[in-house]
Design a protein. Sequence first.
Length: 122
Amino acid sequence: MQKAKPRILYVDNHEDTRVVIITWLSVLGYEVRATDCAGEALRMAREERFDLYLLDSRFADSTGKELCERLREFDPQTPIIFYSGETPARLEDAMECDAQGYVIKPQFDALPKVIEQALSAA
């Protein structure tokens, strides 16, 4: 019996970044669903099961920290990773919502390790 692919909800308002990360994570064996806004991400998270949330730090309708806090209101256990171009100090602040890690853009080579660590710890 084949093991199910880990499902990731990726939220980033930059379409080109979404396309690259979706493609790359899919090649690495993840099933990735994506959106560009927090409101849609919340709807998707309530309607579907995900193994990990991968969030940017800013969207047209919210911030990554606010989205993280809203996700934690109904999903306290699914790992959350930030993938953002923010400064480390701002990302440390965003981590206060019980996120498991972050990677600073454009260092996407570090993403698989951080994702695997978060999934293994969950």
